[in-house]
Design a protein around this ligand. Structure first.
Ligand code: NDP
Length: 250
């Protein structure tokens, strides 16, 4: 159902959706697809000129005027996210979707050698910042008639694998955060919370993890967008606490 989802035009009209890591890879493709489906997209990412490029592309395609939020998730503090929530409250008054997509890979190396500072920065970007952002946005998510929070997982966040270090552990933590939050909110709010594992996808991060691989054998970010639109939009109303895949196992 999620994989074959064909998002009808206008599905996201009047909806505000925040995408982290929106300047590149999967986040960029999902942000563009959301805008094509009518969403007002808030583009959060580290590199301003990448965000500007996505912003311009959305306008060029006739999408609703997006918002741009350049933030380095490695150094942003809870206070920073609270301030952001205050700005969104003034501007939009609610948030209908939140896609946690930004992540860093860290090193692929045995734990014996795993760098302490690399460990800390992976956990900071992939887990802590996602918690800070989610917590700060909860009041805005509660103001939406039905909101979707979608965390990005990985195959190594569901079954551990040698050498994947902090990245794998951060994705297990992401699954945990999703489950705790979904359990807290079930029956008491209209906010649903799920994870998505994109599966091997042709991006910079994938090339970093598998330098020898022929990228042409991989699905593109555009190929896996349907499951994201399904989970972020009204098609998945009521679906919560679940771990999804964006493509069939290879
Ligand atoms: P990319 O590296 O192409 O994109 C990652 C995005 O996250 C970039 O836009 C990057 O910004 C942003 N980002 C990284 N660090 C920070 C930071 N400190 N502050 C703000 N933004 C940051 O990766 P993918 O598109 O491949 O990955 C997207 C998600 O999918 C990730 O969560 C990843 O773990 C997951 N995933 C990907 C798979 C794949 O095969 N591609 C497989 C399984 C999971 P900038 O461009 O400015 O650096």
């Amino acid at each position: 159902q999620a994989l074959a989802y064909n998002c009808p035009a206008g599905t996201f009209a009047e909806r505000v959706v925040l995408v982290t890591g929106a300047g590149d890879g999967i986040g960029r493709a999902v942000a563009l697809a959301l805008a094509d489906a009518g969403a007002t997209v808030v583009l959060l990412g580290r590199t301003q000129n990448k965000l500007e490029e996505v912003y311009d592309e959305i306008l060029k395609r006739g999408g609703a005027k997006p918002a741009m939020v350049p933030v380095n998730l490695e150094v942003a503090t809870p206070a920073h996210f609270e301030e952001l929530a205050g700005m969104f409250d003034k501007e939009f008054g609610r948030l209908d979707g939140l896609l946690h997509n930004a992540s860093v890979l860290g090193d692929i190396t045995p734990l014996d050698n795993y760098g302490y500072s690399t460990w800390d920065s992976v956990m900071q970007v992939n887990v802590n910042a996602a918690f800070y952002l989610t917590r700060a946005m909860l009041p805005l998510l509660r103001s939406a008639s039905a909101a979707s929070v979608l965390f990005t997982s990985s195959s190594v966040g569901r079954v551990g694998r040698a050498f994947w270090g902090a990245y794998a552990v951060s994705k297990f933590a992401t699954e945990g955060l999703m489950q705790v939050m979904a359990d807290e909110l079930e029956n008491t709010s209209k906010i649903r919370v799920n994870t998505i594992n994109p599966g091997g996808t042709r991006t910079r991060m994938r090339a970093q993890a598998y330098p020898g691989e022929d990228a042409n054998t991989l699905r593109t970010p555009e190929d896996i967008v349907p499951a994201y639109l399904y989970l972020l939009g009204p098609a998945s109303d009521g679906v919560t606490g679940q771990a999804f895949n964006a493509q069939p196992p290879r």
